[in-house]
Unconditional design. Sequence first.
Length: 550
Amino acid sequence: MSAKQLTSEILRMDNLVITASSYGARQTIPIVKGISLSLKRGEVVGLIGESGAGKSTIGLAALGYTRPGSTIAGGEILFDGVDIRRLSAAERRKLRGHRVAYIAQSAAASFNPAMRLDKQVCEAPVRHGLCGFEEAKTQAVQLYRELDLPMPETFGSRYPHQASGGQLQRAMAAMAMSCRPDILVLDEPTTALDVTTQIEVLASIRKLIREHQTAGLYITHDLAVVAQIADRIIVLRNGSVVEEGDTEQILNRPRAEYTQALVSTHSKGVKASGAADTREVPVLELSKVSARYAKAVRVVENVDLSVRKGETVAIVGESGSGKSTLARVITGLLPREAGQILYNGVQLPPTLTARSTDLLRRIQLIYQMPDVALNPRQRVSEIIGRPLQFYLGLTGAALRERIAELLNDINLSPDYAERFPGQLSGGQKQRICIARALAAEPDLIICDEVTSALDPLVAEGILDLLASLQQTRGYAYMFITHDLGVVRRIADRVAVMLKGNIVAQGSLAEVFSQPCHPYTERLLASVPEMDTHWLDRLLANRGRSHLESA
């Protein structure tokens, strides 16, 4: 990164303590344990750590906010010299969204599904009296354009369900930027984005921060991403600081053992060649499959794909390329318009309602966004227990024992069975989604970005778990992801999607080592590296390529 002119301090937290109610007990437990940090205007501090380490809790505290059940129990939070804790509720509301803005981890769960995007993006500057709606809308269009959203002039007229997950995340970035705040709290802002889109969003956010001397708290589990934007990094675990230092030092000379383990996860090798038997009838076989939503243009077109027992086939591509839509077609959530889908050599009914209970059990989908996939009113025991009861008929002690086993498989203790989704971190929610799919004991599991919300070490555990289950039970996986590092680790074959079509398909060596399509080359070039100058080099190379082609 280029050198910055850092000015006065805008935020300071001194000995911050945040507690949460202990589930099932009349006591509180500390979740942030005496954290101190400072942030200057124009500076970006990265908060790194595993799920549940306290990253998001600290970020929300910068707005003077805590989640239900949590309390700021001690310490000071000084914003521009004023202790936020001493402000009235009305004064804190004036601060939020205007001078301190928040980009949430799950955009789909944060937007009102009944309101058009423009109305939500423009709400903050209008409510804070910065401008009228029409001026705010004009500024929003410019932000849409900077964030590379499609048809920026009309994008805001969409409802949230009419945008992809990656597009919604960028719309949330536009909403946070609408008031030109002093501080941006960025809570995993690129988690839901493919690598090519991630570059555009990172570059846009970094440009805004530099030009407006905005300070940033960047919360993430991806060291390679935060390396492109952060000046300093604070590594957290169990609510405490493990290590703090400038970005170069953390990446290249980590001192703490935990930080060293985080850095080492980026150097994992490629999966050994797959053992799927090509003589077997595929578990799943698609031939010339096409689909569309209502009267819209086709979002999946002429897709040919097969997955065999014990094989992992990765589907990669940019946001809106049709990856998740293809998963919906396979599971029967969206009827195919043309083509055929065979399951173990037999034609698969096109709709969910036409499939038998046994077919429903055998094909399971793990959703991309756990916030909208889990019923907030059900305890974890009910969420995991329902497929065990519905498909396997388990009740009583056998049901409770199996729920405990599944929680153990995903590295959560049995007492999590009594929690509600709102009492879990983002990564913990994703693990519950995985346990729910495993509960059905399926043959084919479609994993839609299942590790995108997880920190590297927890993601490692999930990938190891999935690999172990595949080896012992022969599961077939269709793995939808934008993380090419994950693809290299888990995939036997890979298919690259672009605008609803598969543009490249084959073994890892065929697709990655010898890319046969320009888009595949662009994907590979967009994978972040553990180098603070990587994004600058990539943008410079793209600029030169553009000039040469002009």
